[in-house]
Design a protein. Structure first.
Length: 284
Protein backbone atom coordinates (compact mmCIF):
# COMPACT_ATOMS: atom_id res chain seq x y z
CA UNK A 1 0.00 0.00 0.00
CA UNK A 2 1.23 3.49 -0.87
CA UNK A 3 -0.13 6.69 0.62
CA UNK A 4 -1.47 9.30 -1.77
CA UNK A 5 0.44 12.59 -1.68
CA UNK A 6 -2.88 14.32 -2.34
CA UNK A 7 -4.32 12.81 0.83
CA UNK A 8 -1.18 13.48 2.86
CA UNK A 9 -1.09 17.12 1.79
CA UNK A 10 -4.73 17.46 2.86
CA UNK A 11 -3.90 15.84 6.18
CA UNK A 12 -0.95 18.20 6.75
CA UNK A 13 -3.09 21.23 5.96
CA UNK A 14 -5.74 20.25 8.53
CA UNK A 15 -3.13 19.38 11.15
CA UNK A 16 -1.46 22.76 10.72
CA UNK A 17 -4.66 24.83 10.66
CA UNK A 18 -6.54 22.70 13.25
CA UNK A 19 -9.60 23.49 11.13
CA UNK A 20 -11.16 21.88 8.05
CA UNK A 21 -12.53 25.18 6.75
CA UNK A 22 -9.21 27.04 7.12
CA UNK A 23 -7.29 24.13 5.60
CA UNK A 24 -9.63 24.03 2.60
CA UNK A 25 -9.17 27.76 2.13
CA UNK A 26 -5.37 27.38 2.29
CA UNK A 27 -5.47 24.60 -0.32
CA UNK A 28 -7.97 26.51 -2.51
CA UNK A 29 -10.44 23.62 -2.58
CA UNK A 30 -13.93 23.14 -1.19
CA UNK A 31 -14.35 21.91 2.36
CA UNK A 32 -16.30 18.89 1.14
CA UNK A 33 -13.43 17.91 -1.18
CA UNK A 34 -10.97 18.24 1.68
CA UNK A 35 -13.15 16.20 4.02
CA UNK A 36 -13.43 13.46 1.39
CA UNK A 37 -9.64 13.24 1.07
CA UNK A 38 -9.24 12.90 4.84
CA UNK A 39 -12.05 10.33 4.95
CA UNK A 40 -10.37 8.31 2.17
CA UNK A 41 -7.04 8.40 3.99
CA UNK A 42 -8.61 7.28 7.26
CA UNK A 43 -10.55 4.52 5.46
CA UNK A 44 -7.43 3.21 3.71
CA UNK A 45 -5.53 2.92 7.00
CA UNK A 46 -8.48 2.07 9.24
CA UNK A 47 -7.57 4.87 11.63
CA UNK A 48 -8.98 8.16 12.88
CA UNK A 49 -6.65 11.12 12.56
CA UNK A 50 -8.90 13.97 13.69
CA UNK A 51 -11.65 14.44 16.23
CA UNK A 52 -14.21 16.90 14.91
CA UNK A 53 -15.16 19.25 17.76
CA UNK A 54 -16.97 22.61 17.91
CA UNK A 55 -13.64 24.30 18.58
CA UNK A 56 -11.88 22.71 15.60
CA UNK A 57 -10.08 19.57 14.40
CA UNK A 58 -8.15 17.91 17.23
CA UNK A 59 -5.42 15.57 16.06
CA UNK A 60 -5.35 12.07 17.59
CA UNK A 61 -2.32 10.12 18.76
CA UNK A 62 -2.32 8.20 15.46
CA UNK A 63 -2.55 11.53 13.67
CA UNK A 64 0.48 12.83 15.53
CA UNK A 65 2.49 9.82 14.36
CA UNK A 66 1.41 10.38 10.76
CA UNK A 67 2.25 14.08 11.07
CA UNK A 68 5.79 13.27 12.17
CA UNK A 69 6.12 10.92 9.19
CA UNK A 70 4.92 13.65 6.83
CA UNK A 71 7.41 16.13 8.24
CA UNK A 72 10.27 13.66 7.88
CA UNK A 73 9.17 12.85 4.34
CA UNK A 74 9.09 16.52 3.39
CA UNK A 75 12.51 17.18 4.92
CA UNK A 76 14.11 14.22 3.16
CA UNK A 77 12.43 15.12 -0.12
CA UNK A 78 13.72 18.67 0.05
CA UNK A 79 17.21 17.44 0.90
CA UNK A 80 17.19 14.94 -1.97
CA UNK A 81 16.13 17.59 -4.48
CA UNK A 82 18.96 19.83 -3.30
CA UNK A 83 21.49 17.00 -3.56
CA UNK A 84 20.38 15.98 -7.07
CA UNK A 85 20.30 19.50 -8.46
CA UNK A 86 23.54 20.31 -10.26
CA UNK A 87 22.84 24.00 -10.03
CA UNK A 88 22.75 24.11 -6.25
CA UNK A 89 25.63 24.13 -3.82
CA UNK A 90 26.29 21.34 -1.35
CA UNK A 91 25.62 23.55 1.65
CA UNK A 92 22.80 22.82 4.08
CA UNK A 93 19.33 24.09 3.26
CA UNK A 94 15.92 23.89 4.89
CA UNK A 95 14.00 25.06 7.94
CA UNK A 96 14.41 23.92 11.53
CA UNK A 97 12.08 25.07 14.34
CA UNK A 98 13.31 25.05 17.92
CA UNK A 99 11.22 25.71 21.02
CA UNK A 100 12.85 26.52 24.36
CA UNK A 101 12.21 28.31 27.64
CA UNK A 102 13.35 31.87 28.17
CA UNK A 103 16.50 31.37 30.26
CA UNK A 104 18.23 29.24 27.60
CA UNK A 105 16.83 30.32 24.24
CA UNK A 106 18.64 33.65 23.79
CA UNK A 107 21.61 32.87 26.00
CA UNK A 108 22.41 29.28 24.99
CA UNK A 109 20.55 27.97 21.93
CA UNK A 110 21.00 30.99 19.67
CA UNK A 111 24.75 31.48 20.28
CA UNK A 112 25.35 27.72 20.04
CA UNK A 113 23.81 27.66 16.54
CA UNK A 114 25.01 31.07 15.32
CA UNK A 115 28.22 29.76 13.65
CA UNK A 116 26.24 27.06 11.81
CA UNK A 117 23.64 29.56 10.57
CA UNK A 118 26.33 32.00 9.46
CA UNK A 119 28.12 29.24 7.54
CA UNK A 120 24.93 28.04 5.83
CA UNK A 121 22.86 31.09 4.81
CA UNK A 122 20.17 28.95 3.15
CA UNK A 123 19.21 27.41 6.48
CA UNK A 124 16.28 29.14 8.13
CA UNK A 125 15.87 28.70 11.86
CA UNK A 126 12.73 29.60 13.79
CA UNK A 127 13.39 30.19 17.50
CA UNK A 128 10.23 30.02 19.61
CA UNK A 129 10.13 30.92 23.29
CA UNK A 130 7.35 29.44 25.39
CA UNK A 131 6.47 28.22 28.86
CA UNK A 132 7.82 24.85 29.97
CA UNK A 133 4.44 23.11 30.01
CA UNK A 134 3.54 24.36 26.52
CA UNK A 135 6.66 23.11 24.74
CA UNK A 136 5.81 19.35 24.71
CA UNK A 137 2.37 20.18 23.30
CA UNK A 138 4.01 22.20 20.54
CA UNK A 139 6.23 19.25 19.66
CA UNK A 140 3.26 16.87 19.65
CA UNK A 141 1.37 19.19 17.30
CA UNK A 142 4.48 19.40 15.09
CA UNK A 143 4.68 23.17 15.57
CA UNK A 144 8.38 22.73 16.37
CA UNK A 145 10.95 20.07 15.46
CA UNK A 146 13.04 20.24 18.63
CA UNK A 147 12.28 21.37 22.16
CA UNK A 148 14.54 22.09 25.12
CA UNK A 149 13.34 21.49 28.68
CA UNK A 150 14.83 21.51 32.18
CA UNK A 151 13.68 17.91 32.70
CA UNK A 152 13.35 14.69 30.73
CA UNK A 153 10.18 13.46 29.04
CA UNK A 154 10.57 9.73 29.51
CA UNK A 155 8.19 8.56 26.80
CA UNK A 156 8.37 5.99 24.03
CA UNK A 157 9.24 7.53 20.70
CA UNK A 158 11.00 10.59 22.14
CA UNK A 159 14.77 10.97 21.84
CA UNK A 160 16.61 12.88 24.60
CA UNK A 161 20.03 14.52 24.42
CA UNK A 162 21.69 16.10 27.47
CA UNK A 163 23.03 19.55 26.53
CA UNK A 164 24.39 20.55 29.95
CA UNK A 165 23.26 21.72 33.38
CA UNK A 166 21.77 25.03 34.40
CA UNK A 167 22.74 26.31 37.86
CA UNK A 168 20.24 28.37 39.86
CA UNK A 169 21.08 30.87 42.59
CA UNK A 170 19.28 33.59 44.53
CA UNK A 171 19.97 37.08 43.17
CA UNK A 172 19.34 40.59 44.49
CA UNK A 173 19.99 44.12 43.26
CA UNK A 174 23.39 45.56 44.21
CA UNK A 175 22.47 49.24 44.45
CA UNK A 176 18.70 49.35 44.83
CA UNK A 177 16.94 48.58 48.09
CA UNK A 178 15.52 45.08 47.70
CA UNK A 179 12.24 43.94 49.21
CA UNK A 180 13.52 40.81 50.97
CA UNK A 181 10.16 39.09 51.33
CA UNK A 182 9.25 39.25 47.62
CA UNK A 183 10.51 36.79 45.01
CA UNK A 184 9.97 37.45 41.33
CA UNK A 185 8.78 34.66 39.00
CA UNK A 186 7.53 34.32 35.42
CA UNK A 187 3.90 33.59 36.25
CA UNK A 188 1.68 31.64 38.64
CA UNK A 189 2.73 28.32 37.08
CA UNK A 190 6.44 28.99 37.58
CA UNK A 191 7.74 26.67 40.32
CA UNK A 192 11.44 27.55 40.05
CA UNK A 193 11.48 29.37 43.41
CA UNK A 194 9.56 26.60 45.13
CA UNK A 195 11.85 23.89 43.76
CA UNK A 196 14.95 25.86 44.72
CA UNK A 197 13.92 26.21 48.37
CA UNK A 198 12.81 22.59 48.46
CA UNK A 199 16.38 21.63 47.54
CA UNK A 200 17.86 23.53 50.49
CA UNK A 201 18.58 21.81 53.80
CA UNK A 202 16.84 24.47 55.84
CA UNK A 203 13.41 25.88 56.33
CA UNK A 204 12.48 28.19 53.44
CA UNK A 205 11.84 31.86 54.22
CA UNK A 206 8.35 33.26 54.10
CA UNK A 207 7.93 35.14 50.85
CA UNK A 208 5.39 36.65 48.49
CA UNK A 209 5.51 36.28 44.73
CA UNK A 210 5.42 38.89 42.00
CA UNK A 211 5.32 38.15 38.27
CA UNK A 212 7.44 39.61 35.48
CA UNK A 213 6.66 37.41 32.44
CA UNK A 214 10.13 36.06 31.58
CA UNK A 215 13.65 35.73 32.95
CA UNK A 216 14.83 39.04 31.47
CA UNK A 217 11.90 40.89 32.99
CA UNK A 218 12.73 39.25 36.32
CA UNK A 219 16.37 40.37 36.11
CA UNK A 220 15.26 43.92 35.31
CA UNK A 221 12.95 43.83 38.33
CA UNK A 222 15.76 42.67 40.60
CA UNK A 223 18.02 45.47 39.32
CA UNK A 224 15.30 47.95 40.28
CA UNK A 225 15.04 46.54 43.77
CA UNK A 226 11.56 45.12 43.28
CA UNK A 227 12.46 41.85 44.94
CA UNK A 228 14.84 38.92 44.87
CA UNK A 229 14.68 35.98 42.47
CA UNK A 230 15.88 32.47 41.83
CA UNK A 231 17.73 32.80 38.56
CA UNK A 232 20.06 30.90 36.26
CA UNK A 233 23.60 31.87 37.22
CA UNK A 234 24.92 32.10 33.66
CA UNK A 235 22.55 35.01 32.96
CA UNK A 236 23.84 37.23 35.77
CA UNK A 237 27.37 36.20 36.76
CA UNK A 238 28.92 39.03 34.69
CA UNK A 239 26.28 41.59 35.63
CA UNK A 240 27.76 44.26 37.91
CA UNK A 241 24.29 45.40 39.01
CA UNK A 242 23.36 41.99 40.46
CA UNK A 243 24.56 40.25 43.62
CA UNK A 244 24.34 36.50 44.20
CA UNK A 245 22.92 36.06 47.70
CA UNK A 246 25.02 34.06 50.13
CA UNK A 247 23.77 31.31 52.36
CA UNK A 248 22.07 29.21 49.68
CA UNK A 249 23.28 26.05 48.01
CA UNK A 250 23.16 26.27 44.19
CA UNK A 251 20.53 24.10 42.55
CA UNK A 252 21.31 22.38 39.23
CA UNK A 253 18.86 21.24 36.57
CA UNK A 254 19.53 19.32 33.38
CA UNK A 255 19.06 21.07 30.06
CA UNK A 256 17.64 18.42 27.73
CA UNK A 257 16.95 18.42 24.01
CA UNK A 258 13.91 16.40 22.88
CA UNK A 259 12.65 15.32 19.47
CA UNK A 260 10.50 12.55 18.06
CA UNK A 261 12.34 9.40 17.04
CA UNK A 262 12.26 8.72 13.29
CA UNK A 263 13.69 5.96 11.07
CA UNK A 264 15.66 8.59 9.15
CA UNK A 265 16.76 12.13 9.92
CA UNK A 266 17.55 14.85 7.44
CA UNK A 267 21.11 16.09 7.24
CA UNK A 268 19.96 19.45 8.60
CA UNK A 269 18.24 17.90 11.61
CA UNK A 270 21.26 15.79 12.51
CA UNK A 271 23.68 18.68 12.05
CA UNK A 272 21.63 20.98 14.31
CA UNK A 273 21.38 18.29 17.01
CA UNK A 274 25.13 17.64 16.85
CA UNK A 275 25.93 21.35 17.06
CA UNK A 276 23.68 21.84 20.09
CA UNK A 277 25.26 18.85 21.83
CA UNK A 278 28.76 20.14 21.09
CA UNK A 279 28.35 23.83 21.90
CA UNK A 280 25.51 24.42 24.38
CA UNK A 281 27.48 23.65 27.54
CA UNK A 282 29.92 26.50 26.76
CA UNK A 283 27.16 29.02 27.40
CA UNK A 284 25.70 27.51 30.57
Amino acid sequence: MSLSSLYLDAFMAVAKAESFSKAAENLHITQSALSQRIKNLESELGLTFFLRTPSGAKITEQGQRLLRFCQTRNSLESELIDDLSANKSRELTGIVRIGAYSSVLRSVVMPALAPLLQKHPHVLCEFICNQMDALPLMMNRAEVDLIILDHRIERAGVEIELLGRERFVVIEGRKQFSRDDIFLDNDTKDIATENFFRSQKKKPPKYRRSYFDDCYGIIDGVRMGLGKAVMSEHLVKKDASINISKGYKPFDLEVCLHYHAQPFYSKLHQTVVDELKKSSSKFL
